[in-house]
Design a protein around this ligand. Structure first.
Ligand SMILES: Cc1cc2nc3c(=O)[nH]c(=O)nc-3n(C[C@H](O)[C@H](O)[C@H](O)COP(=O)(O)OP(=O)(O)OC[C@H]3O[C@@H](n4cnc5c(N)ncnc54)[C@H](O)[C@@H]3O)c2cc1C
Length: 465
């Protein structure tokens, strides 16, 4: 049975996150945006109130909640400030590879620390020279006895400047591409680790983004998350579980833009009427509403798949892609109905538009999501319809009528023309391709060589279906 109703516990959690968003995040969001600074105090409060790190399993001292719960929380936080939501969820992104890996000792070492005290952990695949092409990592990991020595730079790392721990993807040999990628937990205080200055950004200025530099950093064997050759797949499995949450951010942020737009158009007058009275404006609101609702369904669906333990890669990409693109459209149209005021910093849409713009870029750009969805649709997806050349598109006669007249059915595989007769025509009367282009219908389940092109027997009992 399908059910979209939240449990009592989920509803309570959502309300708790909503209160936190309205009381703690919203009043501070613009100030920190202006300062271009991460509000660590707010994150610490979120930690203390149990709306951060909710996915740490109970056996390591966490709440053991799923992605649905994470989606509920992050929608609310992003509705108040997308930058704070990014900062807050980044711990889950940083912990996910540890959660997914085989090294239970690593979970035992770090999860209880992160569950008990306010600690930040970031996730680092991207570098100054690559982002989308994860197999193109250059940061080097060289084996030294049981340890690894890290050298290289990571770029664009959310919470990079403030995190205590770092989940770092590196390579034993850049030429080996996917096969060389490995991953480690690194601690900020280790010798050779340096963090860069906060990167000045267009939006999401309430989140910290910085580079990490490693100079001969010794990583002990116990901190290996993924051995060489296992890191790439681990990064992809991580994204399948974190992209639904980027979708949830987008839902929350778009929802606020829509709400502000509705509020504004009901108050604003033009041509003697509230702007809300114009159908052109109502249609914009309708578009916003349906995009928010549709995005949320896709997010919940992908989170539900991931929580169920199945590979949510495709659902997660669809959710992230659709929600990110939709949120940007919603914010853009919200700004439009605000008229000139929308373009000022006096109203909230300007900041939301800047913040929302990032959703199409991080954790895999919209182009990368399209590549994943296209790859699935064209290679893995199993079609229901028969191949085009086997389609029973008959115009003059049904297959049984043709059979009753003792005729075979022949389809030109080039232009689709259907010919009735004992044999295919010498050439197609439409596209002039030769008889060999014709295929007999109905298709045979397995086609031994030479059978193709043999006309149906008069007494054939087979139907075209
Ligand atoms: C604010 C912010 C926070 C971030 N946080 C993190 C973080 O915490 N950890 C982390 O590891 N990274 C992080 N990133 C990096 C982010 O994931 C990358 O920026 C993103 O994956 C895109 O990589 P890129 O910037 O190198 O663009 P590129 O990969 O260089 O791509 C440039 C353009 O080309 C397109 N493109 C690339 N390849 C193809 C292709 N095959 N087909 C079609 N189009 C293609 C891309 O879609 C993009 O439009 C963050 C980025 C930002 C801006």
């Amino acid at each position: 049975m399908l059910n979209f109703r939240l449990s009592d516990a989920q509803e309570k959690l959502k309300q708790k996150a909503r209160r936190f968003a309205l009381e703690e995040v919203l009043p501070e969001a613009w100030r920190f945006d202006q300062k271009d600074d991460i509000p660590l105090g707010i994150l610490q409060k979120a930690f203390e109130q149990g709306i951060m790190n909710t996915d740490i399993p109970r056996e390591y001292g966490g709440q053991g909640l799923g992605l649905i719960e994470a989606a509920l929380i992050t929608e609310e936080i992003a509705a108040a400030c997308p930058g704070v939501a990014t900062s807050l969820f980044d711990n889950s992104l940083g912990m996910e590879p540890i959660f997914l890996c085989d090294n239970d000792q690593l979970r035992k070492k770090y999860f209880p620390k992160i569950a008990k005290a306010f600690k930040l952990i970031c996730f680092a695949t991207s570098e100054p020279t690559m982002g989308s092409d994860v197999a193109g990592i250059r940061c080097r990991a060289e084996k030294d006895g049981d340890d690894y020595i890290l050298n290289g730079t990571k770029y664009w790392i959310t919470n990079g400047g403030v995190a205590d721990y770092m989940t770092v993807f590196a390579t034993v040999d850049p030429k080996r591409k996917h096969e060389g990628i490995c991953a480690f937990v690194v601690e900020k205080d280790w010798k050779g680790v340096t963090v860069g200055r906060p990167i000045p950004k267009m939006g999401q200025r309430c989140s910290n983004t910085a580079a990490l530099n490693f100079k001969n950093v010794r990583v002990p064997r116990e901190n290996v998350i993924a051995k060489p050759g296992e890191g790439f797949a681990l990064a992809m499995r991580t994204f399948a579980r974190t992209r639904p949450i980027i979708g949830a951010f987008a839902v929350g942020a778009a929802r606020s833009c829509m709400e502000f737009a509705i509020d504004y158009v009901k108050r604003r007058q033009a041509f003697g009427l509230p702007v809300a009275g114009f159908q052109a404006v109502q249609f914009k609101i309708a578009e916003m509403y349906q995009k928010v609702e549709t995005s949320r369904l896709l997010v919940w669906r992908s989170a539900w798949e991931a929580d169920g333990g199945t590979d949510a890669t495709v659902a997660a990409s669809i959710a992230k892609l659709y929600a990110a693109e939709s949120a940007l459209e919603v914010a853009n149209e919200a700004l439009q109905v605000f008229g000139g005021y929308g373009y000022t910093q006096m109203f909230p849409i300007e900041k939301f538009l800047r913040d929302i713009r990032l959703y199409r870029i991080y954790e895999g750009t919209s182009e990368v999501q399209r590549m994943i969805v296209a790859g699935h649709a064209m290679n893995a997806y199993e079609p229901i319809m028969p191949p085009l050349e086997d389609l029973p598109v008959m115009r003059e006669k049904t297959p049984s009528e043709a059979r009753a007249e003792g005729q075979g059915i022949w389809r030109c595989r080039m232009c689709g023309y259907v010919h009735y007769g004992d044999a295919p025509p010498v050439e197609c009367p439409y596209c002039f391709f030769p008889a060999a282009t014709f295929k007999s219908y109905p298709p045979k389940p397995s086609k031994p060589a030479g059978e193709e092109g043999v006309p149906l027997k008069k007494d054939s009992k087979k139907d075209a279906g």
